[in-house]
Design a protein around this ligand. Sequence first.
Ligand code: KG4
Ligand code: ZN
Length: 367
Amino acid sequence: MPRMHNDSSRLFKTATPSTKKAIYIKQNICYIAHERKGRKMKLLGIETSCDETAASVVQDGRDILSNLIASQVDIHSRYGGIVPEVASRQHLLTAIPIIQEAMTQAQAHWSDLDAIAVTIGPGLAGSLLVGVNIAKAIALAQGLPLLGINHLEGHIYANWLEGRAPDFPLICLIVSGGHSDLLLMKGHGDYQPLGRTRDDAAGEAFDKVARILGLGFPGGPAIEQAALGGNSSLHRLPRPWLKGSDDFSFSGLKTAVLRLVADLSEKSEKADIAASFQEAVVDVLVTKTVAAARRLGARQIILGGGVASNRPLRQMMAERSPIPVLIPSPILCTDNAAMIASCGYFHLKAGEISGWDLDVAPNLKLT
Ligand code: KG4
Ligand code: ZN
């Protein structure tokens, strides 16, 4: 059980000469964040935007000291999708034990922390509220700065948690349950939108096609698994190129699958359709990302979001790209709190913090 104490004076004491200090004033609250020479900064990240309750302690935005994820997938799979009220209640039950365990595994006391970073959106309002309220309570009790984090930006920062840090400028593809975003990133916090989905997001398409094929929930891993035994060249599904645009569109592909399934009899055909669908999605994602990287002279391509854990996508992106491709380990592609803590660190370093009026933003966009 971590030691509980309230040490808010730590934030307000005069910095010693060996201390680099940054003073943040927001909502009439003055914070002095310490970056003592030789002392690393530890952030607690909290993520409850959807159906994963996650907490993590990350040092200097790069070193994961603990990374706990409690998935609700077994509960929601009974309903074939996420039930928002069930998700919020589950976060309420799980969040504190997960946070305590993350602190214990990181061997961190509350007084070791420099800030709390929490997802504020996009996501389910009720789920986000649980995480944000808990983050506020801890920040208030411990006198720590609070950082509200965009979940999509968190997915990008998963790329800072392993190996060498990415090199700017880079092309960034975020593919999750609700988003397919292509961005040019020239520096920390510097995002230029290139393309986004015009209808279904990539993950949403995987989930819907899995449902059509009766493969269960969540759809992405189920399709990937089913496709292993399938022949992707048996059905040539359409590629929605949207020529001249970096946008994506996957709903036509889903409709094409629906038509194919109407004539389905053999179970083995499901595998062929899953393989054909997966290949079409991956082909479009890779072709558009690589084309944007060439056109804009990017130094690297980075991926993030649950769909980035898809093996054929990872392989094809690495094979077709002329520049290095960074993709987080699968466990850091799907929702986690380490990416939120990492993202929070870079915001803190940039002198940003959130006020106590921090609210959830279920429809938050990145750009
Ligand atoms: O990023 P994420 O964990 O949550 C959101 O922010 O939405 O992404 C979840 C999405 C789901 O649609 C899921 O089906 C998809 O990512 N996904 C995959 C794979 N694993 C998860 N899609 C394709 N292949 C996978 N292996
Ligand atoms: Zn996500």
